[in-house]
Design a binder for this molecule. Structure first.
Ligand code: C2E
Ligand code: MG
Ligand code: MG
Ligand code: MG
Length: 280
């Protein structure tokens, strides 16, 4: 009967549910120990000048290599780190590691204009965050203007005044701020102008759709016009084709990032990709 069938599927559902829950709890336990176990690393993706395709800097992207499950993507584990309260400690490790790597490259003669580091809204909300950043800069001796902190629009919607105070404190350290994934969040175009951002990163979804989709093109062109008018630097994310590159070049976009140039790679691979320039 249908009734029996329903009972059976309900039973299966519960078993699946239990298994998924147990798996998630295991993953959370593993994540708590991931930093100490040396399973976290940074991948670096080049930012390329649109005008001549030369490397400008890199974005640091967190990677987790699980001992049995292999590579797990940040889209999956960053929210978990936030829920577990691990984001502060691990975020600080990311910052220190990225600054130290930038200095190592600089010492080997590889000229970087920027080392971009992603920052979660929870990190920004921590009143001690600016002093953590200040410490990372002092310990690594990275010139502050080389550091770019990438934040998404979502950090601006919760508490405008607190966010403004934190962003001002960060700016006072001499670093630069980038508005990441711009166009995907809930804030208005005014957030570009109201907060002290130096750089706008156009989200990959619009950049990729723009050459063939009128609505995406309208959004990209409006953001480009506003950012250019405000004297901000612009970065196009997710450039995979020549057509996309030509499109953003025609709009005067400064930097581009995407598989057309390079995928995120290890520090060693990046050193090979971009051989050192002789110090000038
Ligand atoms: P994001 O900051 O917008 O980083 C760019 C993402 O786009 C990266 O994904 C990168 O691998 C991917 N990407 C770059 N070029 C292309 C392309 O041409 N095509 C496609 N399809 N994708 C491209 P990833 O490494 O998986 O990171 C995802 C997100 O996780 C990041 O997005 C960022 O929001 C977050 N994230 C990564 N590392 C950190 C971190 O250390 N701290 C925090 N708070 N968030 C991080
Ligand atoms: Mg980013
Ligand atoms: Mg982004
Ligand atoms: Mg993105």
């Amino acid at each position: 009967s249908t009734h029996a069938h329903e009972e059976r599927s309900l039973h299966f559902y519960n078993a699946d549910h239990d298994r998924a829950l147990a798996q998630r709890q295991r993953l959370e336990e593993d994540l708590r120990g991931a930093l100490a176990a040396g399973q976290l690393s940074l991948a670096y993706q080049p930012l390329v000048r649109v005008s001549d395709r030369t490397p400008s800097g890199v974005e640091a992207l967190l990677r987790w290599t699980h001992p049995t499950l292999g590579a797990i993507g940040p889209v999956e584990f960053i929210p978990m780190m936030e829920e577990l309260g691990l984001i502060h400690e691990i975020g600080e490790w990311v910052l220190n590691e990225a600054c130290a790597q930038a200095v190592r490259w600089q010492q080997s003669g590889l000229v970087l204009t920027e080392m971009a580091v992603n920052v979660s809204g929870l990190q920004l909300a921590d009143p001690g965050f600016a002093s953590r950043v200040s410490r990372a800069l002092a310990q690594s001796e990275l010139p502050p203007q080389k550091l770019v902190l990438e934040l998404t629009e979502s950090v601006l919607v919760h508490d405008n005044d607190a966010a403004m105070a934190q962003l001002s404190a960060l700016k006072a350290l001499g670093l630069r701020l980038a508005l990441d994934d711009f166009g995907t969040g809930f804030s208005s175009l005014m957030s570009i102008a109201r907060f002290p951002f130096d750089i706008v990163k156009l989200d990959r979804s619009f950049v990729q759709a723009a050459p063939s989709t009128r609505a995406a093109a309208a959004i990209v062109e409006a953001i480009m016009a506003l950012a250019t008018r405000l004297g901000m630097e612009t970065v196009a994310e997710g450039i995979e084709t020549e057509e996309q590159l030509q499109y953003i070049a025609a709009l005067g976009c400064h930097l581009a990032q995407g598989y057309l140039f390079a995928r995120p790679c290890s520090a060693e691979e990046l050193t090979v990709l971009y051989p050192a320039h002789p110090p000038q």
